[in-house]
Write a protein that binds this ligand. Sequence first.
Ligand code: LRH
Ligand code: MN
Ligand code: MN
Length: 387
Amino acid sequence: MTAATAAVKAALKEQSIETPSWAYGNSGTRFKVFAQPGVPRTPREKLDDAARVHAHTGVAPTVALHIPWDRVDDYAALAGYAEGLGLRLGTINANVFQDDDYRLGSVCHPDPAVRRKALDHLLECVDIMEATGSADLKLWFADGTNYPGQDDVRARQDRLAEALAEVYGRLGDGQRVLLEYKLFEPSFYTTDVPDWGTAYAHCLRLGEKAQVVVDTGHHAPGTNIEFIVAVLLREGKLGGFDFNSRFYADDDLMAGAADPFQLFRIMYEVVRGGGYGPRTAFMLDQCHNVEPKIPAIIRSVLNVQEATAKALLVDREALAAAQRDGDVLAANAVLMDAYSTDVRPLLAEVREETGLEPDPVAAYHRSGWAGRIAAERRSGQQAGWGA
Ligand code: LRH
Ligand code: MN
Ligand code: MN
């Protein structure tokens, strides 16, 4: 084994990909939610499933919560339960989009009483972080307008800034607020945080503990996401990712399914820009509407892992030399060589060296977990969006 391969393997063993609690529950489109057998009914059962993903992949030790979807009486006890499974609770995702009061927005709403209610929820999420030991609060706002003239676009920015400042003021040492942008949906004319520039501007004003989250499904088609990643990293403002893939809009399909090359290009900029490490939150944010959920999450983790392995394999010296020489084709060939490498044998070795089965999907199917949860989780209400 060369020194370069050993370094790549060591880096891969350090990887940490956070899975979202909501991916284990039922989900669908606005047309239909297809319930699946064995889907968790409680946050604890979601953690049980997440533990299977970590047991087979070895790189998914944390789980993101969404409040109130994962509301419990005792968050410290939930954190203890996670710990017993070899997991930790990760990012706390606030939810200020599923209440009748939020028809015209949450923290940007024209009515101060609604803004206060939304803000109180965000502050409650900071309290939850204390109990769970989570470092990051992720904020995504569905706020926006549908029609020109509906509200004062600038005033809405002021209201947003005010709310963010109050949340920021509550953060403790080692805690961050991660601001997520999204081009459109559910609002169709203006969105209050539509792009990385708006998110960046707010985070810059807030200070060091505020960073931007890049959800890979939240851009206009054709957007060069890796460029955004490079710029944010350069400015010290890349907080993390919500990985998923898309063909059209915010499809929330498995990461790396629609465009594995894009995922590689993103991970290359992460590695190149010094963003490969614990300060960048590598999260999945996806829904498995028609495919079995746990193997789909395992597959997504593997896709991120494969893109990372390829990014780590880029011969950076050869690339820099070709770039210095202005040799466009040679430079491109260096990147494509890494992308074209079949990294599956390397990853199988990494797993075997850490005591895991080489093929996590096959190992999951052999484990009998799917049959067990389908038999055991029969009564009660399955978890899903809004539950
Ligand atoms: C919004 C979003 C955001 C939410 C999640 C459920 O589209 O990406 O991250 O919290 O979906
Ligand atoms: Mn997201
Ligand atoms: Mn989304």
